[in-house]
Write a protein that binds this ligand. Structure first.
Ligand SMILES: Cc1cc2nc3c(=O)[nH]c(=O)nc-3n(C[C@H](O)[C@H](O)[C@H](O)COP(=O)(O)OP(=O)(O)OC[C@H]3O[C@@H](n4cnc5c(N)ncnc54)[C@H](O)[C@@H]3O)c2cc1C
Length: 374
């Protein structure tokens, strides 16, 4: 993309930018020249990844064809990874293709893995991010021996169930949640139901931290720790530690929060550079807490699309994404059932799994339909 000039550049084909592309296909481009810079022609939809690992979905299911969407929207698709942005000069630098200038830019590049920084470089470690790398390693050289999952959030829980139910390996799985325990941000009822489902599938849970270094170990200071350390026997150790921030936004001079995520206002605009927007896991709303999760990235997409359309037309952004007081989370237990949680309410059933499949497939199908040539 040497010396290319754009009015609007989308960095990262994340969940929110899918909605922006959809808006451009349906309602026309808000600017003359626009581009999407992202390292893969596809976005892997995270909600269907545990199902893919558990053999429920084939590889080509559960992904959005970004390249075709870009073509249908009439914008330039640049298959590359952004490594820097100069917010003053309005320049983006990508690994292989040089620089591009922009009038407005929107960043939806997601979070990065934290396992190396937190847990060291044990060769058995597999980070959940990037998601494609996780799935490739699990479906490739993942073996069939015992597995440990580190991280007691929704991602860790779903991965523990998925690994337990891989078609090629009914492996022993241990979930090590950290001292914060199982699903610390969930209400007690849902937490208990998930605990029972883990017990029913013989997935052991250990509420302790893991210390990294040359060899992974469960923190021996913790009084709850049993003398047996499942990490000693684990063939693979999947780290689901939550999103980390990439270094390049902060290094590029954008305002970031204490953890390095791009600080944005209620319109998803950078608090330091109002011609730059950020959304999803890479962003951090300064006016209110919006957790990093796919649900929020998806729902913020149409709001971002409306704001990008306005600023491209020389107007101020007006829309702001406000999460509902509680969100519906559906955790697949990978045995044909799933657990739905909404605030303190939770239920586990086969129909919940069917509902999750329907919601996920409908989301993917909406983009597949848009990506098809007319
Ligand atoms: C196993 C697993 C299961 C999950 N299940 C759920 C779930 O059921 N529900 C839920 O709400 N959340 C779930 N999550 C969390 C969810 O994945 C993230 O919150 C969500 O993907 C964030 O979306 P995003 O748009 O911010 O970024 P992403 O979906 O991560 O998309 C980022 C995009 O940017 C691209 N990119 C990355 N770096 C660069 C760069 N430097 N330059 C250009 N492009 C770049 C990537 O290739 C990708 O296309 C799960 C996470 C995991 C790991």
């Amino acid at each position: 993309m040497e010396s290319q000039e754009f009015d609007l550049v989308l960095l990262g084909g994340g969940h929110a930018h899918c909605a922006v592309l959809a808006d451009w296909i349906r309602h026309g481009l808000p600017a003359e020249r626009a581009a999407l810079v992202t390292p893969s022609p596809y976005l892997r939809y995270s909600g269907m990844v545990p199902g893919w690992i558990a053999g429920k979905y084939a590889e080509e299911e559960g992904r959005v064809d970004l390249k075709s969407l870009a073509a249908r929207a009439g914008i330039t698709f640049i298959e590359d990874r952004c490594i820097a942005i100069d917010p003053e000069a309005r320049l983006v630098t990508a690994i292989g293709s040089g620089t591009a200038s922009f009038t407005h830019c929107s960043i939806d590049t997601g979070g990065v893995g934290r396992s190396a920084a937190v847990l060291g470089d044990d060769p058995r470690l597999i980070d959940v991010r990037p998601i494609d790398g996780l799935a490739d390693r699990l479906r490739g050289d993942g073996g069939s021996g015992p597995a440990a999952v580190i991280g007691g959030g929704a991602g860790g829980v779903e991965l523990a169930f998925a690994l337990r139910n891989q078609p090629e390996a009914k492996r022993d799985v241990t979930l090590i949640t950290g001292k914060a325990g199982l699903l610390p941000t969930f209400a007690r009822g849902p937490r208990e139901l998930v605990r029972r489902a883990l017990d029913a599938q013989n997935i052991a849970t250990i509420e302790a931290d893991v210390v990294g270094g040359d060899t992974l170990q469960i923190s021996r200071d913790d009084p709850q720790t049993s003398p047996d350390d499942p990490l000693e026997t684990a063939e693979i150790v999947v780290a689901a530690l939550g999103s980390g921030a990439p270094d390049w936004p902060g290094e590029s001079g954008l305002d970031v929060d204490g953890d390095g995520f791009i600080a944005v206002d209620k319109f998803q605009r950078s608090t330091s550079h109002s011609h730059i927007f950020a959304v999803g896991d890479v962003a951090s709303r300064q006016d209110r807490h919006v957790p990093h999760s796919g649900v929020h990235s998806v729902h913020a997409g149409p709001v971002l699309a409306a704001n990008l359309r306005r600023v491209s037309g020389g107007k101020e952004p007006v829309r702001s994404y406000a999460p509902r007081p509680a969100s519906l989370y559906i955790l697949s237990t990978a045995n044909g059932r799933a657990i739905a949680t909404y605030g303190p309410i939770a239920t586990e059933a086969e129909w919940v799994s069917d509902l999750k499949s329907w919601i996920d497939k409908r989301w993917i199908a909406s983009y597949a339909k848009l990506a098809r040539p007319v």
